[in-house]
Design a protein. Structure first.
Length: 178
């Protein structure tokens, strides 16, 4: 929805960290077993960013990204992926995907046509109820990969059982359709 809104020239963003989630959930009449991890306002962007927005973006380094070799791996976490890969453009879309405070919690291990997505957990993103906001970030990253592959992917939920770095866990695999 956010990418589609952008394609229409509309402005939007993900808001989670500064959102009073309990108040918003109450206003939306959510049931006890429902949560609203984030919201996305929609409208026409201002011609110029406010000083506050500029400072917030600078504070989270919103216009920078982690190195390709830090996020993407070939067959295992021991082998950084070369940028000279057939999936480079789709992985660049993942690298530039938005995430809460620009944490970029995703790690992707390629194995042939399989792109295994993992979450590298950062402190402070799991709330009192156990909801992990970075899971939303991983979903956004996976969608960016699917868009980069022109949505010619199949979702697989089968952990490949790779040895994992600390605070890292498996989310899902996207298989690029032949």
């Amino acid at each position: 929805m956010v990418l589609y809104a952008d394609s229409l020239g509309l402005g939007t963003t993900w808001i989670a960290g500064t959102l009073d989630r309990p108040a918003f959930e109450k206003a939306m009449f959510l049931k006890d077993d429902e949560i609203m991890p984030c919201v996305s306002p929609l409208g026409y962007p201002a011609g110029k960013m406010s000083l506050r927005e500029t400072m917030m973006r600078r504070g989270v380094r919103a216009d920078t990204r982690k190195d390709f070799s830090f996020l993407f791996f070939d067959l295992s976490f021991d082998s950084p992926l070369s940028e000279n890969t057939a999936y480079h453009d789709a992985l660049e879309m993942v690298r530039w995907a938005p995430s809460a405070v620009n944490a970029q919690p995703w790690r992707v291990v390629l194995n042939g046509r399989l792109a295994h997505f993992y979450e590298k957990r950062s402190r402070g993103f799991v709330d009192k109820s156990g909801w992990d906001l970075q899971t939303v970030d991983i979903g956004i990253a996976m969608y960016h990969f699917a868009c980069g592959m022109e949505e010619k992917v199949t979702l697989i939920l089968s952990d490949p059982g790779l040895p994992l770095p600390e605070d890292t866990h498996y989310i899902a695999t996207l298989m690029v359709d032949a």
